[in-house]
Write a protein that binds this ligand. Structure first.
Ligand code: FRU
Length: 604
């Protein structure tokens, strides 16, 4: 067994302030293990070099000889893509060893040393200044690292809390923990420290949080309680309480509070004022089933119902949500069920069922043929894990989705961070011409406040084949909101094309006779990302008279299209080499646009 000890001397390329290799010693304890001993008094951070295309190395944290946790890193073997900080402060005064397993697996075959060990460094601080041209200007993103599902959202005392599935040690999925951000306006987000960390039961998968107004769990009135899936050797449901309104959580000693024989995850809790107990929906993922539970105290759970094998079942069911909405004075219940794969355009998507719920049993509405219809919340490719805030004010039901698709989420062209959340959407029900109820997702009213100066626009114009062009804002990386009122009463078609000088374009087109809205992102650099990325997505529209109003939100790597107050929605990522500079509105010569405006977006 080869054994070598060396002390690092080289100062690797610094992304960090006051970085140093002094205080780090590396000892290969065998071909598959390396000890990295770190002097924890020297600096608060150990910067770990990452190479995205490598396999994970497992790192065991050993403090004073005791294994206290572990995490995975795509440790740099041949190149350094970027570095991630490992927080040393909890281990101050202790002898710390990071035991890397298989960090040399690729390079050993070539007889080389992994470059990662030379590039490890201690740092006083690390920069989270944005280095990514595609980072959205007015969507929520993590400062660094990978993000998937939004989690545990609740509102309290004027603050919207948003937690999210986060990997702090790389920009691909791993090491799930709850990242945290807060906002007063649902648009500008302040990053907060990690809220719930993995423990011996496993990493921290998706879940929910709510204000326990009555103190039912025994942790006082208005304590914030989170419920999530502990993902270890199996998936178990756990709870955690916060005594400081959601900034820090202590994990309940009695966990798990619910176990199942097969994969079940993503509990969504809500207090039912009518029955005076908690409701919870849980995804029985592989069975395409949602399970319903009740509890007096968030600790003892009783299963009351299940619904499964209806709607779309082409993939696992995940991240459910259940909430009431009122239409024409009547209360109905909406069950959100996220599915992956099996979405309408491939990969992941959010479906929903509308029905009645008596606190125990959910009964979905059937259509005129007695069938339970499949309904999609969004007809783009990039809205997943959509769930809503608990305890929102004024009876609002505000939803947020992860703006990506599991088909290519870890291949999109960013590295410092990966993935954004969608714009917030206020949900309501409407009755469509087919007599059924559907869910509308309108841009939340807070988005009106970021609408800036009018940049371009026009009153009524006839839409010709040649088209009418407008220039798009150049500042801020091309971010804007476009509004248009279409008058296609003669049953015609209108296309809105956003393009740049490089010839990259996306087209949003409305066909009044087919009652469809389409989004075409076939033309760009998009094939480089994944063959799943180029796509045409299409949404049904519900108007009867050819009048359709659009709000189109363009950010640096996404476009969200809302028609008629969110009755039809498409969320799609776009990664143009340069921002779109021109909007062209063309058609078959029979329709008109009664008004069109391009607004700048005000960012803080
Ligand atoms: C959905 C999901 C959840 C799970 C989480 C893990 O995207 O697979 O079911 O809790 O991601 O990160």
């Amino acid at each position: 067994m080869r054994k070598s000890i060396f002390i690092l001397t080289a100062l690797a390329a610094a992304m960090t302030a006051n970085a140093s290799t002094e205080g780090i010693s590396v000892e290969h304890t065998g071909p598959t293990n390396t000890f990295v001993r770190v002097d924890t008094d020297k600096a608060p951070y150990l910067m770990i070099p990452i190479e995205e295309n490598q396999d994970d190395a497992l790192v065991t944290i050993i403090a004073d000889g005791v294994a206290v946790g572990n995490f995975y890193v795509r440790f740099s073997r041949e190149e350094v893509d970027f570095k991630v900080p490992f927080d040393l402060t909890p281990y101050r005064g202790k002898k710390l060893i990071l035991d890397f397993q298989k960090p040399r697996s690729v390079v050993l075959r070539k007889g080389e040393e992994p470059v990662g060990f030379e590039a490890l460094e201690l740092a006083d601080s690390f920069s989270t200044d944005n280095v990514e041209k595609y980072r959205p200007a007015y969507h929520h993103t993590p400062l660094y690292g990978w993000m998937n599902d939004p989690n545990g959202m609740f509102y309290k005392d004027g603050l919207w809390h948003l937690y999210y599935q986060w990997n702090p040690y790389g920009s691909k999925w791993q090491n799930m923990t709850w990242g945290h951000s807060t906002s007063r306006d649902l648009v500008n987000w302040t990053p907060m420290p990690e809220a719930i960390r993995p423990n011996a039961l496993g990493t921290v998968f998706s879940g929910s949080a709510a204000v326990d107004r009555t103190g039912s769990a025994g942790w006082g009135e208005n304590a914030v309680v989170a419920m999530y899936t502990s993902a270890g050797h199996s998936q178990m449901q756990s709870i955690a309480r916060s005594a400081d309104n959601g900034y820090t959580f202590s994990i309940y000693e009695g966990n798990p509070v619910l176990v199942m024989e097969t994969e079940a995850r993503d509990p969504k809790i809500s207090w039912n004022g009518e029955t005076g107990e908690w409701n919870m929906v849980l995804a029985h993922a592989l069975n395409h089933e949602i399970l319903f539970f009740t509890s007096p105290d968030l600790k003892e759970w009783t299963r009351t119902d299940s619904i499964g094998n209806v709607g779309a079942t082409g993939g696992v069911w995940e991240c459910p949500d259940l909430f009431p909405l009122t239409i024409n004075g009547k209360q109905k219940w909406v069950l959100l069920v996220n599915i992956n794969p099996g979405g309408p355009f491939g990969g992941s998507a959010t479906q929903y069922f509308i029905g009645d719920f008596d606190g125990k049993t959910f009964t979905p509405d059937a259509d005129a043929n007695g069938e339970i219809p499949t309904k999609w919340m969004d007809f783009g490719k990039d809205l997943y894990a959509t769930v809503t805030w608990s305890d929102a004010p004024q009876d609002r039901r505000v939803a947020l989705g992860w703006m990506s698709n599991w088909q290519y989420a870890d291949q999109v062209p960013t590295m410092q961070y990966r993935s954004a959340n969608s714009l917030p959407r206020d949900l309501s029900l409407f009755e469509a011409p087919d007599g059924q109820l559907y869910l509308a997702s309108a841009p939340s009213p807070e988005l009106n406040d970021i609408r800036g100066r009018k940049y371009a626009g026009s009153g009524r114009f006839a839409v010709s084949k040649k088209g009418k062009t407008f220039s798009l804002p150049k500042t801020g990386g091309g971010i804007c909101e476009i509004t248009a009122d279409i008058d296609a009463s003669k049953g015609s078609a209108v296309a809105f094309t956003l393009s740049n000088a490089e010839g990259e374009k996306v087209t949003i087109s409305y066909d009044a006779s087919a009652h469809t809205l389409k989004f075409d992102r076939m033309h760009g650099t998009f094939t480089d990302i994944s063959h799943h990325f180029p796509a045409v997505t299409g949404a049904p529209t519900f108007e009867t008279d050819g009048h359709l109003s659009l709000r189109i939100f363009v950010d640096r790597s996404s476009i969200e299209v809302f028609a008629d107050g969110g009755k039809s929605v498409m969320t799609n990522l776009t990664f143009p080499e340069n921002p779109y500079t021109t909007l062209s509105v063309s058609g078959d010569g029979k329709a008109a646009v009664s008004s069109l405006n391009v607004y700048e977006i005000k960012t803080k």
